[in-house]
Design a binder for this molecule. Structure first.
Ligand SMILES: [Zn+2]
Length: 87
């Protein structure tokens, strides 16, 4: 997918397009795109919340619990719990 080194704006486009279809991506692809973002100093922001940071599977049907201003999202693949502050 990403063969040659992309410019920052090309990487941004690549990343935007990638996350539009995040649910159909594999952990390998997600890891790759994350590295691309890091290499170009691109912040993923809310996009980070669309996949598990432990196993890099896209969230399909995660369990979500809300407690004390925190949103706990439990990965449906590996069971890792991500905690996000609710804005
Ligand atoms: Zn996971």
């Amino acid at each position: 997918m990403v063969k040659k080194r992309l410019s920052k704006s090309d990487s941004l486009k690549e990343i935007e397009g990638f996350f539009e279809d995040i649910k159909n991506k594999s952990p390998k692809e997600i890891l790759k795109i994350k590295r691309l973002a890091m290499a170009n100093n691109i912040k993923l922001g809310n996009k980070r919340r669309t996949f598990c940071k432990k196993c890099f599977n896209p969230y399909k049907n995660p369990k979500i619990r809300i407690r004390e201003g925190l949103k706990n999202v439990i990965c449906d693949n590996c069971g890792y719990i991500s905690r996000w502050k609710i804005k």
